[in-house]
Design a protein around this ligand. Structure first.
Ligand SMILES: NC(=O)C1=CN([C@@H]2O[C@H](COP(=O)(O)OP(=O)(O)OC[C@H]3O[C@@H](n4cnc5c(N)ncnc54)[C@H](O)[C@@H]3O)[C@@H](O)[C@H]2O)C=CC1
Ligand SMILES: [Mg+2]
Ligand SMILES: [Mg+2]
Ligand SMILES: [Mg+2]
Ligand SMILES: [Zn+2]
Length: 455
């Protein structure tokens, strides 16, 4: 190419950039129809047409450039994208457009290909039968029914029975199940907390089902008991050997079968709420248990919490977003490690949703707080109850619109972009590139599901 060609081209680029900066939509469109390659050109300033239009608030020019497929992730010499520039200059309608409505970003997301996931702790083997929680007569009859199953919790740990499996030395943990006769004295103790968990979901009635007066068979009911009695005395109530109350929830609660894990999550989170909310949060008075252990009502008859519906009377769940952030190139993802993680472990970033905040906004805020990376489109993937003590992990996938990382050192020790193949090798082929979160955690499910999408 000769110098004459170069200068002619440069002249055309500058005319194009000037039109974008002035908001001259007609000239931008005309020049683009003559020379489509202008779209991502940068002039002497190092800014693209999109950046200039975003800087000066020309919404329709930004829209036109996006519709012509411009690269909205390119950065100027200060590493700012058009999104950053629009945000800085207060053109919120433009930053919204650049941040959230981009088809090239959406294409990275799995969209309608998403499957329904069953995560650990998700399986509901009991029908919670909430309608029966206010039926005291029914609940009392169920308590003394010989088919009824009781689980025992001490210090928020369920009593379990662990047996070493022969072949691969895997330790299997099973819940210890008790009958009424074994626990009836415990039920009388003032410190005992009793929760009605539900009745077994059954397709076919079995011989162990009890019959009501009308002769209709009902499946066994399940209750959870929380007690502060001496564990040594509690072990004597169980016919099994090798019983224990596991001490490390984040490790030990992940060893149940899928069937039992869901019941453990329900019982432990509800008991944890009782443990922390024994006094009325509104006036500080004592409270009493109601509705099968799903409500605590204040004993002060003047208390505000007795007028109308108050969430403080019911078990609380903390929503947490956990997100796999994909690099704009579609081939890397952002993972971080907290100081408390075992050496070499990286995971998805996560954070509590704040009051008045939507899931998507919480994802954008937490990622930016923890890594400085800005996020555009966000898509929900799947969720997982996490009973340590009562989170709902909301797994999302998101596309970054900036790539520089600066971690919040209070929370994150290190965050990096990991190539897709490295993560897949680590998750699936046991390559020891880096350690992953527990296979039971939503983080791993989210990583797996989404990295597979376009492998
Ligand atoms: N990959 C991960 O980081 C995983 C995280 N989790 C769980 O997700 C939860 C939230 O993740 P973080 O990164 O810790 O959240 P985060 O990024 O919001 O930071 C936690 C800090 O926020 C404050 N905070 C605000 N609201 C809070 C609330 N409702 N409860 C407790 N602290 C609150 C506390 O100062 C706390 O230290 C944690 O409980 C963690 O166990 C579970 C699995 C994986
Ligand atoms: Mg966090
Ligand atoms: Mg955070
Ligand atoms: Mg937070
Ligand atoms: Zn009160």
């Amino acid at each position: 190419m000769t110098s004459l060609h170069l200068s002619a081209k440069q002249e055309m680029v500058e005319r194009f950039l000037d039109a974008a900066a002035r908001g001259d939509l007609t000239q931008v469109s005309t020049l683009l129809s003559n020379a489509a390659s202008l779209i991502n050109e940068t002039g002497y300033s190092g800014w693209t047409a999109l950046m200039l239009a975003a800087r000066n608030g020309h919404y329709h020019v930004v829209e036109a450039l996006l519709s012509h497929g411009c690269d909205k992730f390119s950065v100027n010499s200060s590493s700012h994208t058009a999104f950053d520039i629009a945000k800085f200059w207060g053109h919120r309608h433009i930053s919204d457009l650049l941040g959230r409505t981009d088809n090239s970003c959406q294409r990275v997301l799995p969209g309608f290909d998403l499957n329904q996931h069953e995560n650990y702790f998700n399986r509901e083997t009991l029908d919670r039968l909430a309608v029966k929680r206010t039926d005291k007569v029914w609940l009392e009859a169920k308590q003394s029914n010989p088919d009824t199953v009781y689980l025992l919790f001490s210090n928020l740990s369920p009593m379990v029975n662990s047996s070493q499996e022969d072949d691969n030395a895997r330790v299997e943990t099973k819940l210890c199940r008790f009958r009424y006769e074994a626990v009836k004295e415990l039920l009388q103790k003032p410190a005992t907390v009793l929760i009605f968990l539900g009745v077994e979901k059954r397709k076919k009635p079995s011989s162990s089902s009890s019959k009501t007066e009308e002769g209709v068979q009902e499946p066994p009911a399940w209750f959870a008991i929380s007690t502060n009695e001496d564990p040594a005395a509690l072990f004597k109530l169980c016919r099994e050997k090798n019983c224990s109350f596991p001490k490390l929830p984040n490790r030990d609660l992940l060893k149940f079968s899928e069937e039992e894990a869901g019941v453990v999550a329900q019982a432990r989170s509800t008991l944890a709420w009782h443990d922390r909310y024994s006094f009325c949060p509104t006036c500080g008075s004592s409270t009493k248990l109601e509705e099968g252990g799903y409500k605590r009502s204040c004993l002060n008859s003047d208390c505000r919490s007795l007028k109308g519906v108050h969430s403080t009377c019911y078990p609380q769940v903390c929503p947490v977003v956990i997100m796999l952030v994909i690099h704009p190139d579609g081939n890397q993802c952002l993972l971080g490690r907290k100081k408390i993680f075992p050496a070499g472990m990286f995971s998805c970033l996560a954070g509590f949703i704040e009051p008045g905040e939507a899931i998507e906004e919480a994802v954008r805020r937490e990622v930016e707080e923890e890594s400085s990376v800005k996020v555009g489109p966000v898509q929900y993937v799947s969720c997982q109850p996490w009973p340590m003590p009562s989170n709902l992990m909301i797994g999302c996938m998101a596309v970054a619109i900036s790539t520089d990382i600066k971690v919040d050192e209070n929370e994150i020790e290190e965050a990096r972009w990991f190539p897709r193949q490295q993560v897949i090798d680590s998750l699936c082929r046991g390559a020891t590139v880096f350690l992953n979160p527990s296979r039971m955690a939503d983080a791993q499910q989210t990583i797996k599901d989404n990295l597979y999408v376009s492998v």
